[in-house]
Design a protein around this ligand. Structure first.
Ligand SMILES: C[S@@+](CC[C@H](N)C(=O)[O-])C[C@H]1O[C@@H](n2cnc3c(N)ncnc32)[C@H](O)[C@@H]1O
Ligand code: SF4
Length: 376
């Protein structure tokens, strides 16, 4: 099985915390969609297995018009076998999902919505530069459910400026009222150069202390698990049977094709990434230029090993000693065993079952540091 990722690098506005590459001007959109559909047809043989998942990510896919979405689906249908397609996710901002747009989305292969709700507190939304209210998010979720979307994920952020534990709890309670199937709960990361970064430096915004941050994270794990949500990846929680298939495939090395500016692809041997510039990407593809619109590298054993560590450390599946011994040479497995032993002694990992190691609760927040100890 394999996956297709479609990158839509447009946003109607820039949120103060976000440093994802996206453009707020949309003049280039027509030529971008043309280039995107061309790339879909040029790369139809990149994957040798039928598609199991499709993921529209961004930026903001819900900046696409109905016609643009149809053009993309027509290109996909013309070039790929969709007979085994199980999950098609569409990332959307609540303010774009009016009744008419939702009715259109449900008529396409899209069967999973990922909504950028971020917070159910209107003051937070205003501070973050979001263009929707909490009520709009709630109405969109209810409308989507009414017309038949039964697999809805929401993005929430914690450790927001001035966020108390009580306020974070209120967000999680609200989420549970909505009968959604999946939550991505991200700890706010202050990215250099963003407006958020500047406002914090000028002391116009304050983020919670490290102790408060940890409290919010731990609360989310306990609360969501007690409500039947599986904490299957550092930032992801799913009701039974509703893990994101597409993202889970990234985490278990299933081949995927990524189309669009800055999209990455992996076919089991090589990794490829498209150039980030919307204009250069579109002009190379639309002009039939011989110039490459991507770079690539063949992955070495060390690359595969490091990826296995980086992914495994974040997921519930953890790191498997037997897998390491079976798939990597002795240099890697010896080093792996030595470091795992040391992490065990410091109570940073635990043996969750026969030869499988996962992070202990106190280690989840410092998963990046632990990954650094393990990688080659
Ligand atoms: C690529 S964004 C696209 C989602 C969509 N455009 C939206 O804003 O709803 C995916 C998610 O990443 C999260 N995110 C973006 N920047 C972040 C940051 N600095 N810290 C934590 N989470 C962030 C937000 O929750 C966002 O919904
Ligand atoms: S959070 Fe979403 S809408 Fe806001 S700038 Fe980032 S990608 Fe765009």
């Amino acid at each position: 099985m394999s996956g297709l990722y479609i990158h839509i690098p447009y946003c109607k506005q820039k949120c103060i915390y976000c440093d994802f590459y996206s453009s707020a001007t949309r003049e280039s959109k027509e030529s971008y969609i043309k280039a995107l559909t061309k790339e879909i047809s040029l790369r139809k043989d990149y994957l040798d297995k039928p598609l199991r998942t499709i993921y529209f990510g961004g930026g903001t896919p819900s900046t696409l018009s109905k016609e643009e979405i149809s053009l993309i689906f027509n290109a996909i249908k013309d070039n790929f076998d969709l007979s085994l397609l199980e999950e098609t996710t569409f990332e959307a901002n609540p303010e774009h999902l009016n009744k008419d747009y939702l009715d259109f989305l449900i008529s396409t292969p899209i069967n999973r919505l990922s909504l950028g709700t971020q917070s159910f507190d209107d003051n937070d939304l205003k501070t973050l530069g979001r263009k929707h209210s909490s009520l709009e998010s709630i109405e969109v979720i209810r409308n989507a459910q009414k017309i038949g979307f039964y697999n809805i994920s929401i993005d929430l952020m914690f450790n927001l400026p001035s966020m108390s534990l009580e306020k974070w709890k209120a967000n999680l309670f609200k989420a549970m009222d909505l009968n959604i199937q999946h939550i991505s709960a991200y700890s706010l990361s202050v990215e250099e150069g963003t407006m958020l970064d500047k406002l914090i430096s000028k002391k116009r915004l304050n983020i919670p202390s490290e102790t408060e941050q940890l409290e919010q994270f731990n609360y989310a794990i306990d609360f969501l698990e007690s409500n039947g949500f599986e904490h299957y990846e550092t930032s992801n929680y799913a009701a039974k049977g509703f893990r994101s298939l597409h993202n889970s495939n990234y985490w278990n090395n299933t081949p995927y094709l990524g189309v669009g500016a800055s999209a990455h692809s992996f076919n089991g041997k090589e990794r490829r990434w498209n150039i980030s510039s919307i204009d250069n990407y579109s002009s190379i593809l639309n002009s039939n230029s011989k110039e490459d619109y991507f770079e690539k590298e063949i992955l070495s054993e060390k690359d595969f090993y490091n990826e296995y560590i980086m992914v495994g450390i974040r997921t519930k599946e953890g790191l498997d000693k037997n897998f390491v011994e079976r798939n990597f040479s002795e240099t890697f497995s010896k080093e792996f065993n030595k470091t795992i032993e040391s992490l065990l002694n410091r109570n940073l990992v635990e043996k969750s079952s026969q030869n499988i190691f996962t992070l202990t609760r106190k280690a989840i927040e410092i998963s990046n540091q632990i990954a650094l100890e393990l990688i080659a």
